[in-house]
Design a protein. Sequence first.
Length: 207
Amino acid sequence: MKLVESRISELFDSFTSEFSRIEDKITIYNNINNHLYHFLGITHPVLNIQLLPSSKVNANNYNPNVVASPEYKLLKHSIMSDGLTLPIVVGASHINNEHVIIDGFHRSKIIKETTEINSSLYDYIPTVSLNKEYEERMTSTVRHNAARGIHQVELTSELVRKLKESNWEDEKIAKEIGMDMDEVLRLKQVTGLANIFSDAEFSTAWK
């Protein structure tokens, strides 16, 4: 093992002397992380952080997560004081190599709009990628938000509408966004989504 450590050290010494451009260093960093991720064989996405140009990390159009001004300022202060400690969760897009945010919109916004933070990251954003289709990315966003106790009925109802339009069954929607069937049906009643739940019988608990 000491021989391996020595070889790794020599390799990085050669990188240091050979590469000075940040773009080259980031390319090497991403490649090494990706190789180590597959070498390790532990498939948690957080173990494969990739640095992406900020211009390639974009907001989604369904995020039911709004942060109030005091919390947003606190988040910015936290990043300014402690540095960025959590990567942005994204889903890969096949269009222009762009990545849509699943979780971390406000962190990415702070990175993009705060000169000091943006400069310190050389206009790159640390990300982890989930290989999910559009509907699955939406439910992942809701789960991430719900885990932090953040939930908006209006935008979550929009998510449910889109999932129904994609022919998801009510039971699957309830499972994927962490609700029971009564909660899903109540969401329909509260937000006037009767047409998308026309195939469901309402629980007497909400009559």
